[in-house]
Design a binder for this molecule. Structure first.
Ligand SMILES: C[S@@+](CC[C@H](N)C(=O)[O-])C[C@H]1O[C@@H](n2cnc3c(N)ncnc32)[C@H](O)[C@@H]1O
Length: 277
């Protein structure tokens, strides 16, 4: 028995109370997964939904009840104007991370940068740099092969020939000593942070770091200093309340000219330091 679009709209409306945001996601899902036009979604409540589409919509409702992010359902997340393949092997790219790309593009006028992105995950940062600064060479490093497989898939989707991947525990297996830029959005959430209960589907390895979220930032800072050329920069995304501590960590690793940048909510979110000698 075919159902009308309105039957599902009504169902979704009732679910909105328990699952806030499901209505917006439903509209987005209909467009992306079933290629429904805006005019059908908004104006055509009597529109007949085919049997196989009903199954797909039921799947959406079930996944929404299980709090699976829409990006994992669609296997797609937008980052810096491009669509990246994602699944639960990698973190879903966040809006605030795009700032790293903006800052790097403005910071360095040199175009043939040698860049390493530590904890590349989907490859969103590294591939965006590779495409935005086409003369650069960008290495994406991750400890987990699962993540590197997703990054490689995105390399092919975006034909980013100047992006390469390597498995390594941060920089320990990278024998390069003349990077212009080490960039990283590492795991930085305190293991006791209450927000973790909302992030059940994303890989814990991508989110949590010991030592109140700072242990990976400390390791990377020490290692990056050895692998950067003189004049090279280290760029971190970090937690909104970690800027002072990240600055101290970078000073202890001998970085200079340390600068902080705020995100769109005006939280100090990105810190950069330079290797001077
Ligand atoms: C916060 S996610 C960032 C993912 C992606 N760069 C982004 O911004 O969306 C951190 C990444 O660090 C990786 N990672 C965790 N520990 C690592 C380690 N010891 N060495 C290398 N990568 C690691 C995780 O697998 C994950 O992909």
């Amino acid at each position: 028995m075919p159902a009308s679009l309105n039957t599902y709209k009504e169902k979704i409306r009732q679910l909105e109370i328990s699952f806030p945001g499901i209505s917006n996601n439903f509209r987005f899902f209909l467009k992306k997964a079933l290629k429904y036009s805006d005019s059908i979604i908004v104006l055509n409540d009597d529109f007949d939904i085919l049997d196989h589409e009903m199954e797909i919509i039921e799947g959406f409702i079930e996944s929404s009840k299980n709090k699976i992010p829409i990006e994992y359902m669609l296997h797609e997340a937008e980052f810096y104007g491009r669509n990246f393949y994602v699944d639960n092997r990698v973190l879903i790219p966040r809006d605030e991370t795009e700032l790293l790309i903006d800052i790097l593009k403005n910071y360095d006028q040199k175009k043939d940068l040698k860049v390493v992105d530590l904890g590349t995950g989907s490859g969103c940062i590294a591939i965006s740099i590779a495409l935005e600064i086409p003369k650069s060479i960008v290495l994406g490093v991750d400890k987990y092969l699962d993540a590197l497989n997703v990054a490689t898939q995105n390399k092919h989707i975006h034909q980013a020939t100047n992006f390469h991947v390597k498995q390594s525990d941060w920089l320990s297996d990278i024998n390069v000593y003349d990077f212009d830029v080490v960039i990283s959005n590492p795991p930085y959430i305190d293991p006791t942070d209450k927000h973790l209960k909302d992030l059940i589907h994303e890989p814990k390895n991508a989110l949590i770091a010991a030592d109140r979220g700072l242990s990976d930032i400390k390791k990377i800072s020490i290692q990056a200093y050895k692998k950067l050329k003189i004049g090279g920069i280290l760029m971190f995304e970090h937690g909104f309340n970690q800027a002072d501590e990240v600055k101290k960590i970078m000073e202890l690793s001998n970085f200079h000219e340390i600068e902080n940048f705020k995100d769109y909510q005006l939280h100090p979110r990105i810190t950069i330091g330079k290797k001077l000698a």
